[in-house]
Ligand binder design. Structure first.
Ligand code: 12T
Length: 336
């Protein structure tokens, strides 16, 4: 009989809800399920596969008997992931707390599945923008090497949580009705605007979100010398992060060769027929699990340069789906 796993999902916000949905859709072999969150959500109900579960407040002893704990971001990871490991659970963590810890594998199953094998209790799920980026970069890296990468992101508000989604809805109404706009989650109004500011600024002039892409990409690709720089921008989109990616490869690749590489790449959907107005859009990619690539062309500004447009559902491949894929990999490798 297939092994059945006792699962805890920690967090019931945008990513926590996506985790429950993805676990159900992919028919992950859940034996028991605990849904944990802060006091604020404790007592509320959530549904999983037609059954109701009552949300419990997370405590250090919540993880007794739990085989797999999926943490959906926030403070809970730092507070409770070590306790979950002590109880014998394997933790897959969506927060940024452990991603750069040398003792913690940082995994995207299409890119570095081998890294799950050396986990010591915690496996980190990368930042949403990093995940879709490395799924697109890895096949090019393997085929031709990569000298340098420049990224501009167009990130959906759901990356900042459910309150951010509500803020975009409210502000949109306020603008259209000519009322004053209230900004609470984001530093400036996001409705009908773009904010070149995600997470906090660092002394080097970049935001933490931008530097996460730099450091996490290097760790996942195992190339600490990779030249990579990013500008991360929040746009008034509910779900789906877009990235304009400029890659300078070591060896020359024709656009036709790259097309063929992406057609065969795991987790990638090539959607590239500009004549037919075919290119990935967040409103189409929302709800999907793959990374969509289009607008493939030569970068005119550099030798051996390629430009492309990379879109993924930030709550699914950018968070929940990637975490569940890691869990599936653990199961396949008998590491759960
Ligand atoms: N600040 O996982 O605001 O490190 O969209 C993800 C998303 C951090 C993270 C966001 C963020 C992360 C956001």
């Amino acid at each position: 009989m297939k092994k059945k796993i006792n699962v805890a999902v920690v967090g019931t916000g945008a990513v926590g809800q996506a985790l429950l949905q993805v676990l159900a859709e992919r028919d992950f072999p859940v034996a028991g399920l605990k849904v944990l969150a802060t006091k604020r959500s404790a007592g509320k109900k959530v549904e999983f596969k037609g059954e109701e579960y009552t949300i419990e407040e997370t405590a250090p002893d919540s993880f007794s008997g739990v085989h797999l704990a999926l943490f959906a971001g926030g403070e809970a990871s730092r507070l409770f992931a070590p306790a979950a490991v002590k109880e014998g659970a394997v933790v897959i963590d969506n927060s940024s707390s452990f991603r750069l810890d040398p003792q913690v594998p940082l995994v995207v199953p299409e890119v570095n599945p081998e890294d799950v094998k050396w986990h010591k209790g915690i496996i980190a799920n990368p930042n949403c923008s990093t995940i879709q980026l490395v799924v697109a970069l890895k096949p090019l890296y393997d085929a031709a090497g990569i000298e340098r990468v420049i990224i501009s992101t167009y990130q959906a508000v759901s990356g900042a949580g459910q309150e951010a989604v509500e803020e975009l809805k409210l502000q949109s109404r306020e603008v259209l009705e000519g009322r004053p706009v209230t900004a609470a989650v984001f530093p400036w109004p996001i409705a009908f605007n773009c904010l070149p500011h995600i997470d906090v600024f660092q002394p080097n002039g970049y935001t933490r979100e931008e530097m996460k892409m730099v450091h996490e990409t290097r760790k996942i690709m195992k190339d600490e010398n990779l030249k990579i720089s990013a500008t991360a921008v929040r746009v008034p989109v509910f779900v789906g992060h877009c990235e304009a990616v400029h890659v300078e490869t070591r060896e020359e690749l024709s656009v036709e060769e790259v097309r063929e590489i992406f057609r065969r790449a795991p987790g990638v959907v090539l959607m590239d027929d500009p004549e037919k107005k075919l290119y990935p859009l967040p409103i189409q990619v929302a709800g999907k699990d793959e990374v969509y690539i289009g607008r493939l062309r030569k970068d005119l500004a550099v030798d051996r340069g390629l430009s492309m447009w990379v879109v993924a559902d930030n709550l699914r491949k950018g968070a929940a789906t990637n975490a569940v894929q890691i869990a599936e990999l653990l199961l396949k490798e008998s590491l759960l």
